[in-house]
Write a protein that binds this ligand. Structure first.
Ligand code: DGL
Length: 248
């Protein structure tokens, strides 16, 4: 039987990773659990997040997923270590802000834009410690409720928040790390405020890691055409919108 790749996020953000995965591994079956009812993750406490994330993992394991992709920086920075302890037989791949990509490309003025939880997490502190160049200036910014506004597709509020947060960096920054998977869905809007800034996310890196893990565990499916299933925890009507974004 062709077992599924399970993914979850607090809603639409996971689509930015699912898109890359489907390009890289078209023969796989995917189950994306969009936990919109609990959006935004990034404004919750560690205890709340652990409960919510554990429920999502349990759901995907019940569906016999062969690997679980945490398509969310907030859930990864908060819970990945604990999940690996709680489920030692499960293969997890997490998502963290692409700070290493900025390092590898020698950028000098880097904004990290992430959720309030991710921004202050010890994981991000660790990544900055490990991958900050001596001559690199890092600006760590909270996107506040941006993920929620993206979920609601509130274009006016999205632009007003982006302007308030980013316009002052227009001529000083060469790179911006999209530290929340929702933010990868509004690249054009961010780019309209920071036209000369390179936007970096971890979607390709996460997909490559999923492939690597599946190869390593001999779990790759090369034989049949794959399919995609999306389940939304809030409203099944939202699934249609997600398929639209996936195809765009
Ligand atoms: N997309 C998620 C992330 O990468 C969570 C956003 C949220 O719900 O706050 O952090």
């Amino acid at each position: 039987m062709n077992r599924k790749i399970g993914l979850f996020d607090s809603g639409l953000g996971g689509l930015s990773i699912l898109k890359e995965l489907v390009k890289l591994l078209p023969n796989e079956n995917y189950l994306f659990y969009e936990d919109s009812i609990n959006n935004p993750y990034g404004q919750k406490s560690e205890d709340e997040l652990l409960k919510i994330v554990d429920n999502a993992v349990k759901f995907l394991l019940k569906e016999d997923c062969k690997i679980i992709v945490i398509a969310c920086n907030t859930a990864t920075t908060c819970c990945l270590k604990k999940l690996r302890e709680m489920y030692p037989d499960t293969i997890f791949v997490g998502t963290v802000p692409a700070i290493k990509v900025a390092y590898d490309n020698n950028y000098k003025n880097t904004i990290i834009l992430s959720t309030p939880y991710t921004m202050q997490s010890s994981r991000v502190e660790e990544l900055i410690h490990n991958y900050r160049r001596k001559d690199q200036n890092i600006i760590n910014i909270s996107g506040e409720n941006l993920a929620h506004l993206i979920e609601l597709d509130n274009k006016i509020e999205i632009m007003s928040l982006l302007n308030r947060k980013l316009s002052k960096y227009k001529d000083v920054t060469d790179s911006l790390v999209l530290g929340c998977t929702h933010y990868s869905l509004i690249k054009d809007e961010i780019q309209s405020i920071l036209p000369n800034t390179v936007l970096l996310d971890g979607c390709v890196g996460v997909s490559n890691e999923v492939k690597h893990q599946l190869e390593e565990h001999k779990l790759l499916n090369n034989n049949s055409a794959g399919n995609i299933q999306i389940i939304n925890s809030k409203d099944e009507k939202l699934v249609e919108r997600s398929f639209g974004i996936l195809r765009s």
